[in-house]
Design a protein around this ligand. Structure first.
Ligand SMILES: [Zn+2]
Length: 672
């Protein structure tokens, strides 16, 4: 198990910039071309990975935990309430890695009934119980010592940081199957349990777990015993326990507490990074028509967390690498919110409705990745959201040439391998395509239906498809099969052909992906036709190796644009002219189109027509396009645009809402 890839690593991994680097992500087209001209290899196929068979069902887990921090040991007493799932059985198998087991007892009415026989192989405990049917519930108690630091090359589940100093810290990481390194459980995502964690620590420590803290008892040996209870069931991998010395800040969302925990050194960056959380909870609750379901929402910054963050129910762990420092006088930019919104969205997609197996990791991760898009779109606008999704597409396009697996992948190597570009990036891009395939209203109604129908249970891809079919009345097998279950992505060769008077148009679209690269896709695609001030939207069905669409208008069309919303996950080749790109720069108010136009036009910036088109970008509402224009327009005194440019620069140096742009404008002015 590669720890670095365990858990919910966010898009942030591939991104630079603690300081919101604005040299942004424009892909070098020559670099992309080099890679795209190659063919992706066939995806590797390992053994079929089924969802875990449910022989028993977890109902409740009660843990009584204390630590020997210096020797990195966990002393535990686990009371598990269980029932046979369907078939009557007298054998119970639990996951428990590297434990020393003291005893296992059968419990009834809080009393020990009898000790139980068991066998233990270092990973699984097989316990002989009385024979129970699915009508029975029974309770066992396991008295154990867990030794998570002895796990070799695998997820330790629980980590002691600076254990030999006077300021140690403890935190857990259960995903994908590591909780069983610190408490006995059935460590599979298709199990669910309510839980009670009773933890005894030195009084100088703060503890955090899932659910609510409902009791604190001071002991007379300098320790305290804290009880955390979560009555709503979640999967064992979401169980969290954090112990350390933290400052705590409290906010509220509709009366529910929203806490942040951080160490002193993060006293500025943590409150800044998490400041939108309560508003995000409100936005997602409304957008999903499903109120945030858990008791509270806490976010904690821990020491030496591998990477990213982890969506433990109501107790989200963050690496300090996820923190941003407030930058004076600069509008807050979406990158600060990316991981915060990702982890929060998991509280519906992952925690409330959980993938039944890691083959279906995308049902957690694609949604969480797309959750950031939804928040950015809401909070910062379409330009910023499209920049985010464009970045996801660029990441996928590069990686799929090395690994061309499907999103849902039953033939993966190990659970860790499923935390990949397919589950996250391709999954999010596919949800984006699905949103445009069915329309906004149907999309949000279908995902809301999916949450309500499957709340507090586990799901596979078909459950999502069925909700979309129930809402839209359409058979969506073709979409789900091609996009989620098949490899690769579309490769389109698009030719725009206009009559001399520009009234009659043919758009000739070929799907040129080779069969081993990806299937033939069937999708509805919006097409926009631009006249001066008007855009006419048409929708066509893309369903063949070659589709030809014809259109007639009574007014001259200046530009046609297939895939008007850039919602298709594809590579596109279009027969564009320089005039087309200049028109796009001035009139197509979409980040992806404009940024791709600059990729071509940057090289022609010495041409005054091109420089004029960039001048129009200086008025764009999106700071990044203004910045690109500022950095690209050549400063030449003998050009026809020079005076206009100079005046614009003076305005921007004083009036631009973005500090960075004001400074960039001042710098250029100083050079003049
Ligand atoms: Zn995630």
């Amino acid at each position: 198990m590669a720890i670095a890839l365990t858990g919910c690593f966010s898009a942030r991994k591939q991104q630079t910039a603690q300081t919101e680097n604005t040299s942004f992500c424009r892909y070098d087209p020559s670099e992309t071309k080099k890679l795209v001209d190659q063919e992706a290899p066939p995806p590797p196929k390992h053994e079929y990975k089924a969802a875990a068979t449910k022989r028993h069902e977890l109902i409740n887990t009660k843990l009584d935990i204390s630590f020997d921090i210096l020797n990195q040991k966990v002393f535990g007493k686990a009371n598990l309430l269980l029932r046979p799932y369907f078939y009557a059985t007298d054998l119970l198998v639990l996951d428990a890695k590297e434990f020393d087991i003291n005893k296992i007892n059968l419990i009834k009415n809080k009393q020990i009934v009898k000790p139980l026989e068991y066998q233990y192989d270092g990973e699984k405990i097989t316990i002989q119980t009385p024979k129970y049917t699915r009508q029975d519930t029974f309770e066992i108690q396991i008295d154990y010592i867990a030794n998570p630091s002895e796990m070799q090359g695998e997820g330790q589940g629980l980590y002691f940081q600076d254990y030999d100093t006077d300021n140690p810290q403890i935190w857990t990481q259960g995903e994908p199957n590591c909780s069983s390194a610190w408490f006995p459980t059935i460590d599979a995502p298709n199990q669910r349990m309510s839980q009670e964690i009773v933890v005894t620590v030195d009084t100088s420590f703060t503890t955090l777990s899932n659910g609510v803290r409902d009791a604190v008892l001071l002991n007379n040996d300098g320790t305290k015993t804290v009880r955390w209870i979560q009555k709503k069931p979640h999967a064992p991998y979401l169980t969290a326990l954090i112990v350390g010395r933290f400052e705590v800040k409290k906010d509220y969302w509709r009366g529910k507490p929203v806490f942040i925990y951080f160490e002193k050194e993060h006293a500025k960056s943590a409150p800044y990074t998490f400041k939108n959380t309560a508003r995000m909870i409100e936005f997602f609750s409304r957008k999903l028509q499903y109120d945030y379901p858990w008791d509270k929402y806490s976010q904690v910054v821990v020491r030496n967390y591998f990477e990213g963050a982890m969506e433990n129910t109501g107790a989200v762990v963050f690496s300090k690498a996820e923190l941003y420092s407030p930058i004076e006088d600069r509008p807050m930019r979406p990158v600060v919110d990316e991981t915060v919104s990702h982890e929060l969205f998991h509280h519906w997609f992952g925690d409330l409705v959980t993938c039944e197996s890691w083959a279906n990791t995308a049902l957690n991760e694609a949604f969480a990745t797309y959750g950031s898009y939804l928040w950015i779109e809401h909070e910062y606008g379409r330009y910023a959201a499209d920049k985010y999704i464009y970045k996801q597409g660029g990441m996928y396009n590069l990686v799929y040439l090395i690994d061309n697996s499907s999103i849902v992948n039953y033939y993966h190597k190990s659970p860790d391998d499923m935390f990949n570009i397919h589950s996250y990036q391709k999954g999010a891009l596919t949800l984006h395509s699905l949103r445009y395939e069915v329309g906004d209203e149907a999309f949000f109604e279908a995902i809301s239906r999916y949450l309500k129908k499957h709340a507090f249970s586990s799901v596979e891809l078909a459950d999502l498809r069925i909700c979309f079919e129930e809402v839209t009345g359409r058979d969506l097998n073709y979409f789900f099969d091609a996009m989620f279950l098949d490899k690769g992505r579309m490769n389109l060769d698009i030719k725009y052909l206009a009559s001399n008077d520009s009234l009659n148009w043919t758009i000739d679209v070929k799907q040129i992906q080779k069969e081993r690269q990806g299937p033939l896709y069937k999708l509805h695609v919006p097409v926009d036709f631009y006249m001066n001030d008007t855009i006419i939207r048409k929708t066509v069905l893309l369903d063949k190796k070659q589709n030809k669409y014809t259109f007639s208008f009574d007014k001259k069309i200046k530009l046609a644009k297939f895939d008007a919303e850039n919602s298709l996950l594809c590579k596109k080749k279009e027969n564009r002219t320089i005039d087309d790109y200049l028109y796009i720069l001035k009139h197509v108010n979409r980040y992806i189109d404009q940024i791709e136009a600059t990729n071509v036009l940057d090289n022609l910036i010495e041409d005054e027509d091109v420089a004029y088109a960039y001048l129009s970008l200086l008025d764009n509402s999106y700071y990044m396009l203004r910045l690109i224009a500022l950095e690209t327009i050549p400063i030449k005194k003998n050009t026809s645009y020079f005076e206009k440019y100079k005046n614009k620069l003076s305005q921007m140096a004083t009036n631009d809402p973005d500090k960075e742009i004001r400074e960039a404008a001042k710098k250029i002015l100083a050079k003049l």
